[in-house]
Design a protein around this ligand. Structure first.
Ligand code: SF4
Length: 481
């Protein structure tokens, strides 16, 4: 397992999902939020005649970049260094956290402001900084809500999607000392309270930590896209800027951004363009931070790259469209996935970054309906990777001394299906058994090894006569052929 992926995989997905399904408020919040974003996304994507060509271009760009990743990363390092920045390489979460903590300590500061970043969540940076006596203030509104509530993000783009506004007001009132006593749950009032709370931190902070949506190899330009302006504040006001970026975020040329910056906002929030797209290249006198550090994070990515099928997960631009269309995510929410990467992309990325054995149930957390593939702006074939990872998981169990119930059943099915006579007898036995355990024409929960499958499904009692038996009885002339 990659030593630093924030992985909370206990309980495993099936148990966590069962608990989440029982939370009707959660399901209401999720259904409303994902439905709204879904409809908006469909409307704005349909406005572009060349949407499919953009998706093809993005997929081709990502695959080509992944194929030549070492070359582009070295080019990025040279470009950033030439522009006055400093590049650090981190093999895993522990190394990345250590680098960032040392950089902050070197400034003499004890607090940082943060732009929302999946990479820093993945490595548990806030917790690592806290252990070194450094306070990290999240400045994205939803991240602030999650941080104040001691909660975990449940969506890539809308981390507090599982909270409604009444819950948010209660979090602000109980956890934000400067929240007005008469705070209502009006969105404008909540945003204003957060704005006042954060403004003072923006003006005070000397160090900022960000992630990156893209970094351009040819120019050394790093980009962050966001919609609240908090990112712009973090990226321009402090003296020191530290960016932690997964190595897969590099793009070869500045022109490549044309494709991604059209796809990302439409796929993410159904907007035609991002409200704030901040791009910076190294450092400039009297403009923005005077010191810039770029931490390039591996943390399981190189290992993922070696898998010809699974590597496509590294093309993800974190738009979260796949989450919003996923029938499983919509019902269980993000926490059930036990990872900072929930939903369909989490089901293929987490097992690869953490090691399949540590997130074994996630590739099965899907109906394989394919909605995620249709929605993905970079055409990641998520169902294909899910099936691939399932096969790996099954293969890993094959050599076990004690066979699983599933493998025993599969072996029995192979024997039965290999012989027409055995199939006939099995059908007869099945019809008899079905009538014995069935109630009202349906077979419900079964005891023993069958309960895991039958607890959540029922099936009709098999007919007393199978199709083959009926055919033989009603078409005797065919039997002799
Ligand atoms: S897998 Fe595709 S749809 Fe899902 S978050 Fe990544 S880019 Fe978006």
């Amino acid at each position: 397992m990659s030593e630093g992926l924030v992985w909370l995989g206990t309980p495993a997905f099936p148990q966590a999902a069962k608990k989440a399904l029982a939370d009707t408020q959660l399901r209401r919040n999720l259904g409303k939020a994902t439905g709204t974003i879904r409809d908006k996304r469909l409307r704005v994507c349909a406005e572009l005649d060349d949407w499919e060509q953009l998706r093809d271009s993005a997929a081709a760009l990502k695959l080509r970049t992944l194929r030549h990743l070492p070359r582009y990363l070295e080019q990025l390092e040279a470009s950033v260094t030439a522009a006055g920045g400093t590049v650090h390489w981190a093999a895993d979460a522990a190394e990345a956290n250590r680098i960032v903590a040392e950089l902050v300590k070197a400034t003499g500061e004890r607090e940082v402001v943060k732009v929302k970043s999946m990479a820093t969540q993945e490595i548990g940076l806030n917790e690592a900084l806290a252990a070194e006596g450094i306070t990290a203030h999240e400045t994205d509104l939803a991240e602030l809500i999650v941080q104040l509530a001691d909660d975990r993000p449940s969506h890539i783009l809308v981390p507090a999607i599982h909270r409604n506004r009444a819950e948010i007001r209660e979090i602000f009132r109980s956890r934000m000392p400067d929240a007005p006593a008469d705070l209502t749950d009006e969105p404008r009032a909540l945003a204003e309270a957060a704005r006042l709370h954060l403004r003072e931190k923006f003006l005070r902070a000397k160090v900022a930590v960000s992630g990156a949506n893209f970094a351009v190899a040819e120019t050394g330009t790093v980009l962050v896209v966001e919609s609240e302006g908090n990112g712009r504040m973090c990226l321009t006001l402090p003296d020191t800027l530290i960016t932690v970026m997964g190595i897969e975020k590099v793009v070869p040329t500045f022109a490549d951004l044309e494709v991604f910056l059209q796809l990302l906002p439409r796929s993410a929030t159904g907007e035609r363009m991002n409200p704030y797209t901040s791009a910076w290249t190294g450092v400039h006198a009297a403009d923005g931070p005077s010191t810039f550090h770029l931490v390039l994070l591996d943390n399981g990515r190189t290992a993922t790259l070696t898998d010809q099928v699974g590597r496509q997960a590294l093309g993800c631009i974190r738009c979260s469209a796949c989450l919003n269309v996923c029938p499983v995510y919509e019902r269980v929410g993000g926490h059930a996935y036990g990872s900072v990467y929930p939903g369909p992309i989490g089901a293929i990325l987490t097992p690869q970054l953490a090691g399949v054995g540590h997130a074994a149930s996630l590739p099965f957390a899907s109906t394989l309906c394919g909605a995620c593939y249709d929605a993905c702006p970079v055409k990641i074939n998520i169902p294909e990777v899910l099936v691939h990872l399932r096969a790996k998981e099954v293969d890993a169990k094959r050599g076990r001394r004690t066979p699983t119930v599933e493998s025993l059943l599969m072996r029995a099915a192979t024997e039965v299906l290999a012989s027409p006579e055995r199939l006939r007898l099995a059908q007869k036995a099945g019809a008899l058994g079905g009538r014995l355990v069935g109630r009202g024409g349906r077979i419900g929960p079964l005891p023993g090894p069958f309960h895991a499958w039958s607890d959540t499904r029922d099936l009709p009692v098999p007919p007393a006569e199978s199709f083959r038996a009926w055919w033989q009885r009603t078409h005797p002339e065919e039997n002799d052929r």
